[in-house]
Write a protein that binds this ligand. Structure first.
Ligand SMILES: [Zn+2]
Length: 171
């Protein structure tokens, strides 16, 4: 029985196929670990946080969400991420190999993920990587899952919760 914390990228970073692959990966982990609880962060941009809860509920696994108290790193996301670490035995981060076509970000990291120090083509830097590092430091088991983005795919998040925010993020 494992308490599984699941963190990762927002919805806009996943293609349609990417979302499907991410959901499959979540189910695989939960089943392999005989998860007793799924812990997540309720990101207002949707994506992994929300899909983790949906997949847990589909499997009848109890869930615990820790939404950030503020939309700021120091007062919101950072303490929230550490809360997820404390509540979990295993922390899983799910990110993408590269951003889908059309995704525009203010932050570009051509040198690759500076948290993991992997080559640029390995995966897109994610806040989840920071959380994994803290989890390892706290003696938790960790796992990074990288979802590939097929060439030519564009994000389609119209049906996702928080899609207004997601659309805004794309502008
Ligand atoms: Zn990383």
């Amino acid at each position: 029985m494992t308490r599984v914390g699941i963190v990762g990228a927002e919805a806009a970073k996943f293609s349609v196929e990417g979302q499907w692959l991410a959901r499959c990966a979540i189910r695989e982990v939960l089943e392999a670990e005989h998860a007793s609880l799924v812990v997540s962060g309720h990101c207002h941009l949707g994506g992994i946080d929300i899909w983790a809860i949906e997949e847990a509920e589909a499997l009848g696994i109890p869930t615990q969400e820790y939404p950030p108290k503020r939309l700021s790193w120091e007062l919101g996301y950072k303490p929230r991420n550490l809360q997820i670490v404390r509540a979990s035995d295993l922390v899983v981060s799910i990110t993408v190999q590269r951003l889908p076509e059309g995704f525009k970000s203010r932050w570009v990291f051509p040198q690759g993920c500076y948290h993991c120090k992997t080559p640029p083509e390995h995966h897109v830097k994610s806040g989840g990587c920071w959380t994994l590092k803290q989890a390892a430091r706290a003696g938790r088991r960790t796992r990074l899952i990288v979802v590939p983005v097929p060439p030519g795919e564009t994000p389609d998040t119209a049906s996702e919760p928080g899609s207004e925010h997601t659309q805004a993020a794309l502008l």
